[in-house]
Ligand binder design. Structure first.
Ligand SMILES: *[C@@H]1O[C@H](CO)[C@@H](O)[C@H](O)[C@H]1NC(C)=O
Ligand SMILES: *[C@@H]1O[C@H](CO)[C@@H](O)[C@H](O)[C@H]1NC(C)=O
Ligand SMILES: *[C@@H]1O[C@H](CO)[C@@H](O)[C@H](O)[C@H]1NC(C)=O
Ligand SMILES: CC(=O)N[C@H]1CO[C@H](CO)[C@@H](O)[C@@H]1O
Length: 411
C-alpha cells in the first residue's frame, strides 16, 4: 500500500512540476536556436587531422591558401614548435600558457605521435586555437620519426624538414615539454628577433648561449649551415651541433652568456624570459636550484614552472633535510627520530599483547566449550542410566506385585 501511494505521488501534477517542465522546455528551445559552434570545430578538426595524417613527404604544407585562411591573422614567418611523442598530461596547459605569453603574431605547431596529437587535440581549448588558425597539430608522415631524441635531432638537422613543414618560416621558437616562458618577464620574444640563435648559456661566461631546449633560431641561418654541412647519425645533440657551426658562421649573431637573459638551464639569470628544466626537473643544475632562497625567488618570479616540474609539498620533506639537497639530521631531529622509533616499538608491543590476550581468550573459550560438551555428555549418560535404572525398578516392582498376587494374601 505504501509503495503504491508514493508512486502515485511521484506522478502527481503540482504547480511546481509544471513550472519546471515549462522552464526546461524554454531553455532547450533557446539553446537550439543559438549557433552551433561545436560541430563546426569537430568537422574542421577531423579534416585537419586527416590532412596531417595523410601528408606525404613530397607534399608541401601550404599555409598561405587564399584570403579566408584564419592563419593569415598571424605572421607566417614566426612559429613556435613543440615536438613530443608522449601524450603527457601537461601538454595542453603548457601549450595554452605558451600561447598566452608568446606575442600574438606567432603561430604554434605541435608535432606529435598519433597518441600525443589525439590527447592534445581532444581539449576544447586547443580545438578553439586550431579553428582560429593559431595552432596546428601534426603527425609527421613516414619516414619521419620522432619517438627518440636522436630521431628528433635527425629531423631538425635535415633541410627537407624545413622545406616541407616550415616553408616561409624565418623565426623558430623551439620549446620542449619541459620548457616554459614566464609571464612575469619584461622582455618580449619579439625583442630577440635580431639574433641568429639564442638559447640558454651552459656556463656563466659561455661565449655562446646555445642550449636548445628553449631557444629561438633563425631558419635562414640553419639553412646556411645545412647547405654545406651534414650531421652524422648518432653523434652530438642538434643544439650542440648547430652551436659549433653558428658560432663561427660569418655574419651570424649569437648571444653569449653575459648577454641578456633569454633562458635559464645551467646558469641562473635574474628575470630570464623562460626556463628549461631538463627531464621535468629530474636533472636540475645545482648552480641554479641548490639554494632554497633562490628556489623561492624562482618560483615567485615564474610560478608557471610548477606546471612542467614534479613538485612536492614543503611538509613532505624528510627530517634533517637542509634544503640544499642533503639530509643532515640535527640533535633535535635525532631525538625526534628516536622518539618515533620508540613509539613504533611501543605500538608494536601493544599490538602483540592484544594479540596474545585475544589468543588466550580464544583458547579459554575453546576449553570452556569442550568442558561444557563433556559435562553435557556426562549428564546425558547419567540421565540415560537413571532411566534404565527406573525401568529396572518398575520391572522389579511389577514382578514383586505379581509374585505377591500369585502367592496371594493370607486369608
Ligand atoms: C612578420 O614579422 C617580421 C618581424 O617582426 C616583420 O618584419 C614582417 O613584416 C612581419 N610580416 C608580416 C606579414 O606582418
Ligand atoms: C597513426 O595513424 C595512422 C592513420 O590512422 C595510421 O596509418 C598509422 O599507422 C598510425 N601510426 C602509428 C604509429 O600507430
Ligand atoms: C641516418 O639515419 C637515417 C634514418 O633516420 C638514414 O636514412 C640515413 O641513411 C642515415 N645516415 C647514415 C649516414 O647512416
Ligand atoms: C579553417 C577551416 O577549415 N575552416 C572551415 C571549417 O569548416 C567550415 C564548414 O565545414 C568551413 O566553412 C570552414 O572554411
Amino acid at each position: 500500500m505504501m509503495v503504491k501511494a508514493s508512486a502515485l505521488h511521484v506522478f502527481a501534477i503540482t504547480r511546481m512540476k509544471v513550472f519546471v517542465v515549462v522552464s526546461l522546455s524554454i531553455t532547450w528551445w533557446f539553446a537550439s536556436i543559438l549557433p552551433h559552434y561545436r560541430p563546426t570545430i569537430q568537422a574542421n578538426l577531423s579534416a585537419r587531422l586527416d590532412e596531417a595524417l595523410q601528408k606525404l613527404p613530397s607534399i608541401k604544407v601550404d599555409w598561405d591558401t587564399g584570403g579566408s585562411n584564419p592563419r593569415d591573422a598571424y605572421n607566417a614567418s614566426k612559429v613556435a614548435l613543440l615536438i613530443e611523442h608522449r601524450p603527457l598530461p601537461h601538454l595542453v596547459p603548457q601549450i595554452l600558457h605558451m600561447i598566452s605569453v608568446v606575442p600574438a603574431d606567432w603561430r604554434f605547431l605541435f608535432i606529435g605521435s598519433n597518441k600525443s596529437v589525439l590527447s592534445v587535440g581532444r581539449a576544447y581549448a586547443t580545438k578553439h586555437q586550431q579553428v582560429i588558425g593559431k595552432l596546428d597539430l601534426m603527425v609527421l608522415p613516414e619516414p619521419w620519426e620522432i619517438d627518440q631524441k636522436e630521431k628528433v635531432f635527425r629531423l631538425l638537422t635535415d633541410q627537407r624538414f624545413y622545406d616541407e613543414f616550415l616553408p616561409g618560416v624565418e623565426w623558430l621558437l623551439r620549446y620542449e615539454s619541459d620548457s616554459i616562458m614566464c609571464a612575469n618577464s619584461d622582455t618580449s620574444l619579439n625583442d630577440w628577433l635580431h639574433w641568429s640563435w639564442v638559447g640558454a648559456p651552459r656556463t656563466p661566461d659561455d661565449r655562446f648561449s646555445g642550449n636548445g631546449g628553449l631557444s629561438l633560431r633563425r631558419v635562414s641561418t640553419i639553412r646556411r649551415i645545412l647547405g654545406f654541412q651534414k650531421r652524422y647519425n648518432d653523434t652530438e645533440a642538434e643544439d650542440e651541433w648547430f652551436g659549433k657551426r653558428v658560432y663561427i658562421l660569418p655574419g651570424a649573431k649569437v648571444a653569449s652568456g653575459s648577454d641578456e637573459a633569454f633562458a635559464v638551464e645551467d646558469v641562473y639569470i635574474d628575470n630570464a624570459m623562460g626556463y628549461h628544466v631538463r627531464n621535468g626537473g629530474k636533472e636540475l643544475a645545482d648552480t641554479v636550484w641548490q639554494e632554497q632562497e633562490r628556489r623561492h625567488k624562482i618560483f615567485d618570479y615564474c610560478p608557471e614552472l610548477s606546471m612542467i616540474m614534479d613538485m612536492k609539498l614543503e611538509q613532505e620533506r624528510c627530517p634533517g633535510d637542509n634544503r640544499q639537497g642533503a639530509i643532515i639530521p640535527t640533535a633535535q631531529d635525532e631525538d625526534a627520530r628516536r622518539q618515533r622509533i620508540a613509539e613504533a616499538a611501543r605500538l608494536a608491543g601493544e599490538t602483540e599483547a592484544i594479540r596474545k590476550a585475544q589468543e588466550a581468550e580464544a583458547w579459554r573459550k575453546a576449553e570452556e566449550s569442550e568442558a561444557r560438551r563433556k559435562a553435557e555428555e556426562a549428564e546425558a549418560k547419567r540421565k540415560a542410566e537413571e532411566a534404565e535404572a527406573e525401568k529396572a525398578a518398575v520391572h522389579y516392582f511389577a514382578l514383586s506385585v505379581s509374585q505377591a498376587v500369585a502367592t496371594g494374601p493370607c486369608v
